[in-house]
Write a protein that binds this ligand. Sequence first.
Ligand code: XIL
Length: 319
Amino acid sequence: AQLNDLAVRAGLKYFGTALGEGSINSDSQYAAILSDKSMFGQLVPENGQKWDATEPSRGQFTYTQGDITANTARRNGQGMRCHTLVWYSQLPNWVNSGSWTRQTLQSVIETHISNVMGHYKGQCYAWDVVNEAINDDGTWRPSPFYNTFQTDYFAIAFNAAKRADPAAKLYYNDYNLEYNQAKTDRAVELVKIVQAAGAPIDGVGLQAHLIVGSTPSRSNLATVLRRFTALGVEVAYTELDIRHSSLPASSSALATQGNDYANVVGSCLDVAGCVGVTVWGFTDKYSWIPQTFPGTGAALIYDSNFNKKPAWTSVSSVL
Ligand code: XIL
């Protein structure tokens, strides 16, 4: 059986993947695997719903890129996770270099959220409302939002999201939460800040951009997930990939990668509030990793010729 079918049988809501908007229409092998609902029950647009794609100039909304994923998911009977609304990166210049008062930036955030979420209303199982608000050392990350509001923008964003699509699960999403260090502590605090403000937050997304051989154990990962579910929110792995730090990967490194993948997926099975796993792409042919972390890669579950890797088999065995 394929991974989404196995995941659902094991009690998860989905096993999903990011959809690369540049690949889907140019590569039929890519499209065939991605479109198989028994393999991927849920799709996330890799870039198409980000602020620079959806509102490149103020008040001008374009959905061409994001609709690629929405249309593909609808055609195939797949669900969608939606990504992302308030993030420091892939922001258009008009937001990034504007000089904002609290009042105008609040209205900019609310307009952005009501339009973009309104366009996809009813189609998103979940939305990453706020993405990557915390630095790796646990301090708050500077951005036009933080610089204007300090932490008050979280509640502004989550409240606006609830009004725009009351049925969508509203998530905070970040990377390196898996290591249970200062950044994880701060993310716990973020959830509490939103809750104390009386704003709705339903989930925490752990991106899980991990490294072969340095991935935490299944039980340590489960401990992190439980720190969040103890606050009354659900959790999910939202952007899973596990990169090799030296290439080409040896067969023993590929086996270690498989073991790491199984630990991540297994930890989700171990925690009642963990709803699903999304990989950040599925084939090493198209992955953001080599560009962002030069010299590393081969982080996904299919190789660049669309062969299933040991990681694919390990995931299928743990499910
Ligand atoms: C990445 C995409 O994969 C790339 O194509 C793009 O150039 C940069 O963004 N955290 C996130 C994702 O929340 O949106 C990022 O996606 C990867 C890190």
